[in-house]
Design a protein around this ligand. Structure first.
Ligand SMILES: *[C@@H]1O[C@H](CO)[C@@H](O)[C@H](O)[C@H]1NC(C)=O
Ligand SMILES: *[C@@H]1O[C@H](CO)[C@@H](O)[C@H](O)[C@H]1NC(C)=O
Ligand SMILES: *[C@@H]1O[C@H](CO)[C@@H](O)[C@H](O)[C@H]1NC(C)=O
Length: 396
């Protein structure tokens, strides 16, 4: 046994590859953002960053990466409400990502990253350092204390490998092309069409971002059962992030078409912060999903009541004044006697969106006397009751 491991160690040393420790074993992990009580072991439970976002870029000015593929932005541990921590551990903000990956023998990973995880200014190493330092150091399960026999920086290859592995399952270009959404210097698309194309492949709504009216980012959300290293990533609807795209007239520009590469870039896109738009993505047809304590719990049905075990009603959102109105098969929706009601004869209320959530008079929190269960429907109130609930639009 001893001589066998000496042989292994000797051959690894010859290859100059570091023999890594291993992530702690997780038995019966809890799905991130779905706990109902505090979970102590954040090596097996991602917290507070429990919503893991695999974010992608479509860069056209200058263009980066293959012309028929999106590229990687990063893997972000957002809190269960869309807020996030950043730059969590200065002592691990490494400035030698390439060297670390090489020391762990990750040459194939590095080549892939140099093709698909690329910086707009060509400085890939700096971009990776930024993503690791800003977001990677905030992933609880990647802490050195979460490894058995930890070897220096071994969480770094784990972070980059997992991000690339997820990205490889998320072919945004093909998902959009399958719905006829292809790069064009003249065509425009609606947010609902883009959402529906991506949902058809991912299973859940995603967050889309635009710059100067053109689609340039897609954020895919996951909840994780176990650690980032060894756990299961479960696709999920985003919670709390907002889109910067308008609902119609969205461009999806071809890469390296027409415009020339500018040599000086004023701002790096790697630190993009979402800006909220007044009406968010409430347009066209969609569901009104209910969220309590950061996780989805049912949705609204056609009368405007909250239900946790049935089919969601299709709502239609239409721009109106400084916001939008909502309608279900029962009729227009409005706040009537302090409750959210949809019926014929109801005067439509103009709602707004805030951080992607439905808002009435600027407030995104609605109330119920209890979380509905079984066949019970809960009335949704605008004034304080024992349960707080928020509603997020899911385009269909
Ligand atoms: C879930 O677990 C985290 C980490 O222990 C804790 O901070 C959070 O409050 C828990 N959420 C609930 C709803 O108990
Ligand atoms: C990377 O940087 C860290 C911190 O400066 C250092 O301890 C480590 O030896 C470096 N790793 C490699 C492979 O160069
Ligand atoms: C870094 O990214 C660019 C694309 O911006 C790519 O062309 C280049 O080959 C990459 N750098 C290295 C060192 O491979």
């Amino acid at each position: 046994m001893a001589s066998f491991s000496n042989v292994v160690l000797a051959s690894m040393a010859f290859m100059q590859v570091v023999l890594a420790g291993s992530p702690k074993t997780c038995s019966n992990p809890t799905l991130s953002c779905h706990n109902t009580t505090a979970v102590a072991d954040t090596c097996c439970f991602n917290a507070p960053g429990g919503q893991l976002l695999q974010t992608q870029f479509w860069d056209t000015s200058p263009s980066t990466g293959p012309s028929n593929s999106w590229t990687i932005h990063g893997l972000w541990p957002d809190h269960c409400d869309g807020t996030y921590d950043s730059n969590c551990d200065a002592s691990r903000a490494y400035t030698n990502i390439t060297a670390i990956l090489q020391s762990y023998g990750k040459t194939d990973l590095l080549s892939y990253m140099n093709a698909y995880w690329v910086d707009i200014d060509g400085d890939n190493e700096s971009f990776w350092e930024h993503e690791w330092g800003k977001h990677g150091t905030c992933i609880s399960t990647l802490k050195p204390s979460c490894y058995t026999g930890y070897t220096a920086q071994e969480e770094v290859p784990d972070f980059f490998q997992k991000t690339v592995d997820l990205f490889k399952t998320l072919d945004s270009y093909t998902a959009l092309a399958n719905a006829g959404i292809v790069p064009s210097s003249s065509a425009t698309y609606t947010a609902a069409a883009i959402q529906s194309a991506l949902k058809a492949s991912f299973g859940y709504a995603v967050t889309i971002q635009c710059a100067s009216g053109a689609l340039d980012e897609i954020w895919y959300s996951y909840d994780v059962l176990g650690s980032v290293q060894t756990g299961t990533f479960q696709p999920a609807a985003p919670v709390g992030q907002s889109s910067s795209c308008s609902s119609t007239g969205i461009k999806y520009l071809p890469k390296s078409g027409g415009s020339t590469v500018t040599s000086t870039s004023t701002g790096t896109k790697t630190s993009t912060t979402p800006t909220s738009t007044p009406t968010g993505s409430f347009s066209g047809s969609g569901y009104l999903n209910a969220y309590t304590g950061g996780s989805q719990d049912g949705c609204l049905i056609s009368a405007g009541t909250w239900y946790t075990s049935g089919t969601c009603a299709t709502y239609t959102a239409a721009a109106s004044g400084s916001g939008f109105t909502l309608k279900s098969s029962k009729g227009s929706c409005g706040i009537s006697s302090g409750t959210f009601t949809c019926a014929s004869g109801v005067t439509a209320t103009v709602f707004t969106a805030s951080n992607g959530l439905l808002a009435y008079n600027g407030a995104t929190t609605f109330y119920a006397t209890a979380v509905p269960s079984g066949s019970t429907q809960a009335t949704v109130y605008t004034s304080s009751k024992s349960v707080s609930v928020t509603f997020q639009w899911e385009s269909i």
